[in-house]
Design a protein around this ligand. Structure first.
Ligand SMILES: C[S@@+](CC[C@H](N)C(=O)[O-])C[C@H]1O[C@@H](n2cnc3c(N)ncnc32)[C@H](O)[C@@H]1O
Length: 254
């Protein structure tokens, strides 16, 4: 009963932030000079934040030939928003690597806090949900690759050596947990796939206490490990719903 109440309380607070932090407040946190019709393109309000990624790619030139890496895609919303963003800017959609277990969340690292709604298996959705979104977007089959399984199994060094994984223009983290985020970032930095010019977006920065759990802790540890520096491109929301976008400025260690 207490756990049921805690879940309801978490969702109540999460939905309140989504309501109170309107898209205008998101735009206040960016230095993009959008016209009113461009603002109107943000059709799902704050949930459209990924539509700003192409703007930043255009501004910073990104990583030439860089690809998109999305972690946590089963529901199709991440892919849908990103693709619409590129198309509405008349920009080509970069090749996309789409990673998900389709089994929902794994267990978090013992001792690391999680919100009550993040139980094992939470947010699972079948692969055909993602495939339906891709079909509705009409993405050519050679423009994306679905990597089904746990990140630790699908992020293979062989695929870097074979040239399947190319440097990342954009990395989208929507896998919630500290351990999932750490695995992904560690692999991408260790194989020089994240480099200066890569943009990294976090969907669940604020769901946990900051710096001791969740995406913020993984980000901090990995930036320290690889001596990487980032510039913050946007910050939106307050706990428990914070979205962040960073530009990698420099990386010292490999
Ligand atoms: C909140 S959902 C993401 C929703 C997302 N916006 C979308 O478009 O589907 C989190 C996703 O991360 C996946 N996930 C989390 N940790 C993972 C891991 N270590 N390996 C594989 N998938 C993982 C889950 O299966 C789940 O689909």
């Amino acid at each position: 009963m207490i756990s049921w109440l805690k879940k309801r309380w978490f969702l109540f607070r999460w939905r309140r932030v989504a309501r109170v932090w309107t898209v205008d407040r998101l735009l206040e946190t960016t230095d993009l000079d959008l016209s009113s019709s461009e603002r109107g393109e943000l059709e799902y309000g704050i949930h459209s934040w990924r539509q700003l990624v192409p703007w930043y790619q255009r501004r910073f030139g990104g990583v030439p030939g860089g690809e998109i890496y999305c972690f946590g895609v089963a529901h199709g919303s991440t892919v849908g928003t990103l693709v619409r963003g590129f198309r509405s800017r008349n920009m080509p959609v970069p090749a996309m690597h789409l990673f998900d277990s389709f089994l929902g969340l794994p267990e978090e690292e013992p001792g690391v806090a999680v919100p009550d709604i993040w139980m094992k298996g939470a947010f699972s959705a079948p692969r055909n949900q993602l495939e339906s979104m891709i079909a509705s977007l009409g993405l050519p089959t050679d423009s994306y690759r679905i990597h089904e399984g746990w990140f630790k199994d699908t992020l293979k060094a062989d695929l870097v050596e074979a040239g399947v994984f190319k440097p990342a223009a954009y990395v989208d983290i929507d896998a919630d947990l500290y351990n999932s985020t750490l695995e992904v970032l560690d692999f991408l930095f260790a194989h020089s796939l994240i480099r200066p010019g890569t943009i990294i977006g976090y969907d669940d920065w604020g769901d946990t206490d900051l710096w001791t759990a969740g995406e913020s802790r993984a980000h901090k540890e990995i930036m320290e490990k690889y001596g990487a520096r980032c510039a913050q491109l946007l910050h939106w929301g307050e706990r428990p719903l914070i979205r962040k976008l960073f530009l990698v400025v420099s990386v010292e260690k490999r």
